[in-house]
Design a protein around this ligand. Structure first.
Ligand code: DOR
Length: 447
């Protein structure tokens, strides 16, 4: 099986060049850099015309919630992985706050088995930590599992790890990377009381960043970084959202770091004043904060203090989201729109397409040490995305793949459109159509 993506603009490893990519079976066989492709290859391969398009490696999203098992009215591995595919995300790492939670090796194994049956793209699942499952956490296989997820602040699923001794033991002994959700519980509790006294149960959504405050984020992130420095842990701090936290991270390439940082698309896109228009649709933990915080995230991203851009894709139904402040769950669906949203920033001149590829494809592959993915390189898996940079389209219910059926981007017009997506060499998505037979593979990690 040979496919040639012919005569396209390849964006990879900080470079942009005209070329072609030959796929053979599941791998990238050959890259033609500013060269003519020999006639015999043109004759043998299925040729896909890439002219006028951009070819990038498939996006690797290191933080998604696909809700299976147990919360499948919000999303399923099948539906959300298809949404990922439609958005150019060819690999994902999924979180343990399902029902039951993935906090034993047996539950984790069930998720892998289910994904093998239904996932449209490549997958890995985090092992979840609790205050009392250390023995299970330590059994995690670092070649098969992307990391250990530690909620150092509670969110959907009540998985808070606040026992000091357990936290130290996890950071000291984790067999693989530790990924943290950082928000200090005590500060959140205190703020909640203040605003409950002021407003009763009907707290305005605009107070969300005052309750889940920048102070709460900084205190918890500082603690995670301190523990990682003490125990020499590979730490990845998820969804950073505030200016102050940026002082905790070093600038430079992922390969030189043990402590790394992630930002999510919503924290780069939205800011405090958007609560008026969007209400609880943009209620996330950590909260979308001030314009100053957003600006600081942008600066840290461009200075390479922030290493990875992800989504924290966390679907809830619109019915659930329509409740008053305390009852409306935090989280929203994003995985189908992360790449096009970031490419919109490229159009606006906020960053280069090369930087988008670095932060969404290369960096997660390096940071998690994923086996042969995240780059367009000969011998690597052919996870590839062909993007049309001149195809304006508007997000609407008819083109949303999420099971929950809504998006915070509804009504937004994007200038770039994902045209075709290859997963392990197979054409898995083609201009609006998901090829239902294609299945992803389990990610492997090089230790
Ligand atoms: O907003 C969020 N929603 N943040 C999280 O950390 C969890 C997520 C969810 O699972 O709903």
């Amino acid at each position: 099986m040979k496919t040639l993506i012919h005569n396209t603009t390849i964006i990879n490893e900080g470079r942009r060049f005209n070329g072609s990519v030959l796929i053979e079976d599941e791998l990238i066989k050959q890259i033609f850099n500013e060269e003519e492709v020999p006639q015999e290859i043109l004759d043998q391969a299925t040729v896909i015309d890439g002219s006028g398009k951009l070819l990038i490696p498939g996006v690797i999203d290191d933080q998604v919630h696909f809700r299976e098992p147990g919360l499948t009215h919000k999303g399923e591995i099948a539906t959300e992985s298809q949404a990922a595919l439609a958005g150019g995300v060819t690999s994902y790492m999924e979180m343990p706050n399902t029902k039951p939670q993935a906090t034993t090796q047996a539950e984790l194994a069930k998720k892998y088995a289910r994904a093998a049956e239904v996932s449209a793209v490549n997958y890995s699942f985090f092992m979840g930590a609790t205050n009392n499952n250390l023995d299970e956490v330590l059994k995690t296989d670092p070649t098969k599992v992307c990391g250990i997820k530690v909620f150092m602040g509670s969110s959907t699923g009540n998985m808070l790890v606040d026992d000091e001794k357990t936290l130290s033991e996890i950071f000291r002994n984790a067999p693989t990377l530790v990924a943290t959700h950082c928000e200090d519980e005590e500060i959140i509790r205190r703020n909640t009381e203040i605003y409950r006294q002021k407003y009763g149960e009907i707290v305005p959504i605009s107070r969300h960043p005052k309750i889940r405050s920048a102070e709460a984020c900084f205190k918890s992130s500082s603690k995670a970084v301190e523990l990682a420095r003490k125990y020499d842990t590979r730490l990845h701090v998820l969804h950073l959202s505030s200016a102050e936290e940026m002082q905790l991270f070093d600038a430079g390439p992922v390969k030189d770091k043990k402590v790394t940082a992630e930002v999510c698309v919503h924290h780069l896109w939205f800011e405090e004043k958007d609560y008026i228009a969007y209400g609880t649709r943009i209620k996330w933990n950590p909260a979308v904060k001030s314009a100053t915080d957003r600006q600081a995230l942008w600066e840290a991203l461009l200075a390479d203090k922030i290493d990875v851009i992800a989504t924290d894709h966390a679907p809830h139904t619109l019915d659930e989201k329509s409740h008053a402040y305390f009852q409306a769950p935090s989280g929203g669906p994003l995985v189908q729109h992360s790449l096009t949203a970031m490419l919109e920033f490229v159009k606006q001149g906020k960053l280069s397409a090369e930087k988008v590829v670095e932060k969404m494809c290369h960096a997660p592959a390096d940071l998690f040490r994923i086996d042969r993915r995240g780059y367009i390189r000969e011998g690597y898996y052919a996870d590839l995305v062909l993007v049309n940079p001149d195809k304006a389209w508007t997000v609407c219910p008819e083109n949303i793949f999420y099971k929950c059926g809504w998006s915070p981007f509804e009504g937004t017009t994007f200038s770039h459109q994902v045209s075709k997506v290859f997963v392990n060499g197979e054409l898995a998505y083609d201009r609006g159509e998901v090829k239902k037979h294609v299945r992803g593979k389990q990610l492997n990690f090089v230790v």
